[in-house]
Design a protein around this ligand. Sequence first.
Ligand code: ADP
Ligand code: TRP
Length: 316
Amino acid sequence: MSKKIFLSGVQPSGKPHIGNYFGAMKQFVDLQNEHDGYVFIADYHALHSLRNPKEMSENIKNVVLDYLALGLDPQKVTFFKQSDISEHTELAWIFETITTMPYLMRAHAFKDAQARNKEIDVGTFNYPMLMAADILLYSPDVVPVGADQKQHVEIARDTAEKFNNTFGETFKLPEAMIIKDVAIIPGTDGRKMSKSYNNTIPLFAEYEEIKKCVMSIVTDSSGGIPKNVYAIHKLFRSEDELKKIYEEKAGKYKELKEMLIDDLEKFIAPLRERRKEFAKDIPKVLAILKAGSEKAKKVASAKMNEVREKIGVQVY
Ligand code: ADP
Ligand code: TRP
């Protein structure tokens, strides 16, 4: 039996932190063991918020380095860049012609932007159409996403059905695979770890940076157990083991933090070193992405030919 296929997109949005890793990145990398898959850099999606060309190019290179360092295997997963495959925007246009405005107005991302009284660009409004094209071009069985993206996968399903009903069976209906709610990982101030709160522990941090982040963890505690330190620590040791240690060292925040620094360093150091190795040869790393795009292009262009045939524009 052939393996199931997964597909997911990641926005090139800056330095990942350990919350991103346990909440999302790790799970994509783990999926490659049992699935064939596609992972792509959603650079055209990032244009909504990223309009600095230098930063865009840097972020794209950084995402490639991040995923290769984490062990994404380009032999198992087709790792590519959205903007290399013009079929994504082409198919999005076709979907836009069969989708109504009231339907897209129900999308959470649009409603959130509206609630924040933001001037909404047309791209944000049409975002679910581009995401539907991203997905449907590659006929995946499953699309692993965070809970916030579930509706977009449902929109892709609806759009596939609508197209199939109008023009005949063309697209496979994808299923969302909701990434398990690994408890939200708290940041150094106890709120959700997030780039926007400046409370992160970067995934590829240097030792000194790890130390600084851990030392800044706010030590609210009950019974001498600093709960924010514990919540991060339990990503690296079993709770049985940790409970004993934290009880023995109740109130000794400095010692507990030093232990967490050591555990983080043990976990991060090999990843950081791998990333540095890859970073020594950026042309080679970019060649990996380019080869992935060439593979993806073949699949996307075959699907697009089928679509052109179905809608009747293929007259020669
Ligand atoms: P940020 O909040 O830092 O901007 P993103 O919104 O870019 O992070 O999230 C990228 C992915 O990482 C999402 O799938 C999200 O669910 C996951 N993620 C982000 N922060 C955390 C966290 N603190 N705990 C668990 N998962 C997280
Ligand atoms: N919208 C997703 C996010 O913001 C990224 C994304 C774009 C995506 N296209 C996709 C994810 C297709 C899964 C499938 O995180």
